[in-house]
Design a protein around this ligand. Structure first.
Ligand code: GPQ
Length: 789
């Protein structure tokens, strides 16, 4: 976009006056933020409209996801429009601090973690690649909770991003639809967020539905007798879009959750069908030629019976014809093999919430049951394993696979595990449905925006084509032996570390040495991610440094950031444990210049943008086979952090791209775990035989550490020692500690370390979400570039 300073100034002044009756000179940061946002919205309005018009003529992909973890929009939008520097300069001339303006924006935190952030990165890539793709979800009034620490324990407070409204959404009352549940109906009111592509005029859309009571429509209901009942009804309806479920990779099976899922899926399908009919009339057999719908994990899978309902009940299409359409329209992404995440609904609840959808689901189930009986007449075990309804439960993943033409995992290893293990029966039945789509991240937010220093330097070295084509980074390999370049990327890292130090001093009052190694683990708190292994190593290190004060040691800062699901006691206990160790270590005068432990409160997208560029070590230490992909690992790599990780998820591909010698890979692999399981794993073996391990584990119960009486440390101790240590924390401890020592030595050699950094950056090209999205576009959705002029 061309930037005309006078025009912007005029528009901004007009907005401030019209909206807040204030002059530019007297406006508060909030007012300026708002006016800036509205000015951006007014400038993009025409392109947004044009994009919609063009897309309606072609095949479009719709990304159905219960989560979109967008973060802030202002900075990203300005960058993608190519006017960020100009705006910053312009504000500076007016003596306005851009950072202060930016800080007025709340994160749009409509997601828990990786799955939601992936959806957000995909939106950026779709728009940048001029691809007709749109997101659909819920406009939760409260996103993921804000986390505070009290006595080292997590406390949750509601998140309220819509407190003052949202400048980046446009309400579209003309597109409102009614969603019918068994006994009630609710209004679904859409809000559209523009998704601005980088360096293009295309502006895609994320449509979020807000739930309202139908009584708002019909004031006649508010007669005297019915008043109380009517307000009750209103609350019930509005509850649907009130709050994001705060569980990451676990299923709660709650009624409100099912209502949320059906609500947004039904509204989205009605919307899609309305637009389809405007262009194609009743030629429903053409639906798969113009519509592709991606089901982001099982959460939106109820879309399969819902589209059947719309086609059969509303449009009068024959069941058999409708089923053919459905199968060609949907595809499904699996994001986990954790059993506790695979959604299953109790039929009683499902029937109560969506009775007609239950009948249709039963119809699909019976149809498939008959197919199975013909396919495997002599294998009733297999028939039973694959039933969509088993006992009293509806298996949403099974429904998804049966009703989709493509099923994908999110990293090579993950897809292989699905094919050979979790979904083996299904892969044998439908080998042609299965494919891999390794996740990716957008380099616009995760390098260009979050690390302007490294971005400019890369551009200085190889030009700026990497912004749209990340494999360009490979050209950096020509500088692997150039000490000037190596020194410079080291210096940039130090600069980013200093910025993080400053931020943590201001927000949490902590003092950190920017020359120490920044060893970082940021992600949701979960046993399988093994933050416990990390903190055990730190505690062991602390004991060693106490015993041996002259030990050769490079000062290290261990940094953590993680939210725990509010009902997940063990995860909350581990947060307390980290803070407990932090207090001991940081409070020890003999140690505090060597070792520091920091827990960053309320980890979220905006803080992540400060953390990734400042990290030296990227902790990716999940139990092999458990992390489907990971995407934080890619953000670290792109910013020159070295992976300390197991061969799990996309770590495998990261090590392959950068060379295993440029990462610190440790621990059991998937096959080793299988073997050990077969042999019988006894955690008492490492506990008794690995030096120092016993002291660490026992510290949980011998009074060295304190959970302040909650009993959670004893619980963790028992999970390890009496209940089999199912994530192999003790088994992997020794190898992990060995790699930590190696890192500590290697870091001293600045040039060889910087070379590793550069190797990682240069080989991060594969992990752009642009690559991922192009694969989805070509191999699953069959959508084509549709560029706006
Ligand atoms: N993931 Cl099933 C989530 O963030 N939430 C979920 O509910 C499920 C998966 C993650 C997964 O754990 C990561 O390994 C992936 O990188 C991420 O999805 C995106 O695929």
């Amino acid at each position: 976009m061309k930037f005309d300073k006078e025009e912007w100034k005029k528009k901004l002044e007009e907005r401030l006056l019209e909206k807040f009756s204030v002059s530019l000179k007297d406006a508060s940061p909030f007012e300026i933020y708002r006016a800036l946002g509205e000015t951006v919205m007014s400038f993009i309005a025409r392109d947004w409209y044009e994009t919609k018009k063009e897309y309606s003529k072609t095949k479009q992909a719709f990304y159905f996801s219960s989560e979109f973890l967008m973060g802030r929009a202002l900075g990203n939008n300005l960058i993608n429009l190519g006017i960020d520097k100009e705006i910053q300069e312009f504000l500076k001339e007016l003596e306005i601090d851009y950072n202060q303006i930016e800080d007025e924006e709340e994160d749009a935190a409509l997601g828990n973690g990786g799955l939601g952030r992936l959806a957000a990165c995909f939106m950026d890539s779709l728009a940048t690649l001029n691809l007709p793709g749109q997101g659909y979800s819920i406009r939760y009034r409260n996103g993921i909770f804000n986390q505070y620490l009290r006595d080292g324990y997590q406390v949750e407070k509601p998140e309220t991003w819509l407190k003052y409204g949202d400048v980046w959404s446009v309400m579209r009352p003309e597109d409102e639809v009614i969603v019918n549940f068994g006994n009630t109906s609710v209004r679904a009111l859409p809000y559209d967020m523009p998704i601005i592509g980088y360096g293009t005029k295309n502006i895609n859309t994320l449509r979020l539905w807000e739930a309202h009571s139908i009584v708002d429509l019909d004031l006649g209901v508010f007669n005297q007798q019915d008043y109380l009942h009517a307000t009750q009804d209103k609350t019930l309806a509005e509850d649907i879009s009130r709050v994001l479920y705060p569980n990451d990779s676990t299923d709660e099976g709650k009624k409100l959750r099912l209502r949320q899922q059906y609500f947004f899926v039904s509204a989205s399908l009605q919307d899609i069908m309305k637009n389809f009919k405007k262009v194609h009339g009743r030629e429903f057999s053409k639906i798969p030629e113009f519509i592709a719908i991606q089901l982001n994990d099982t959460h939106p899978v109820i879309a399969i019976p819902e589209l059947m309902r719309i086609l059969v009940d509303v449009e009068g299409v024959l069941w058999e014809d409708a089923w053919e359409i459905v199968k060609k329209t949907f595809s499904y992404t699996n994001h986990t093999i954790l059993a506790e995440a695979l959604e299953k609904w109790w039929i009683g609840l499902y029937q109560e919430v969506v009775p007609r959808i239950f009948q249709i689901t039963e119809g699909i189930h019976n149809q498939f049951k008959n197919e199975l009986a013909k396919l495997y007449p002599n294998d009733t075990d297999r028939q039973n394993r694959m039933q969509i309804i088993q006992g009293n439960m509806i298996h949403m993943a099974w429904l998804a696979i049966y009703g989709s033409h493509k099923v994908n995992g999110v990293a090579e290893l993950h897809t292989e595990i699905l094919k050979n293990r979790e979904l083996k029966d299904w892969y044998e039945l439908y080998p042609e449905k299965f494919l891999n789509k390794t996740n990716g991240i957008t380099q616009r937010r995760w390098l260009l925006k979050s690390n302007p220093q490294l971005s400019s330097y890369i551009t200085e070295l190889i030009g700026d084509a990497w912004i749209k084509n990340l494999s360009e980074l490979k050209k950096l390999e020509q500088f692997l032996d150039d000490e000037k370049v190596l020194n410079k990327i080291w210096d940039i890292k130090i600069e980013k570390k200093k910025e993080l130090v400053e931020y943590l001093r201001e927000t949490q009052g902590i003092d950190i040495n920017p020359k120490s190694i920044f060893d970082v683990q940021v992600k949701r708190m979960h046993e399988y991610k093994r933050q416990l292994l990390n903190i055990f190593q730190v505690y062991n290190l602390y004991q060693q440094l106490k015993q041996n004060p002259n030990m050769d040691f490079t000062p290290t800062t261990y940094i953590y950031g993680a939210k725990a699901a509010p009902g997940y006691k063990v995860a909350k206990g581990i947060i307390r444990l980290i803070n407990d160790v932090a207090q001991i270590v940081n409070g020890d005068d003999e140690i505090k210049d060597k070792l520091k432990v920091v827990f960053i409160e309320n980890y979220r997208v905006t803080v992540a943008e400060k953390i990734f560029p400042a990290a030296d070590i990227s902790e990716q230490i999940s139990t092999a086979g458990k992390e489907a992909s990971g995407t934080g690992n890619m953000k670290f790599m792109l910013n020159g952090a070295i992976t300390l990780g197991t061969l799990d998820g996309a770590n495998v591909e990261i090590a392959k791209e950068a060379g295993e010698e440029n990462e610190y890979i440790f621990g059991m692999r998937v096959e080793d775990i299988d073997e050990l399981r077969k042999k019988g794993y006894d955690p008492r073996f490492p506990y008794n035989n690995i030096t120092g391990l016993k002291q660490v584990v026992d510290a949980l119960i011998d009074g060295s550490l304190s959970d302040l009486g909650s009993g959670i440390y004893r619980e963790i101790h028992s999970l390890l020692m009496e209940r089999g240590d199912q994530y192999f924390v003790l088994e992997d401890f020794e190898d992990y500690r060995r790699k930590q020592r190696e890192i500590n030595r290697d870091y001293k050699n600045k040039i060889s370390w910087a070379k590793k950094m550069l190797k990682n950056i240069a080989n991060a090209g594969k992990f752009s979400s642009d690559r991922t999205i192009l694969e989805y576009a070509n191999e699953i959705w069959d959508i084509k570039e549709t560029k706006i002029k």
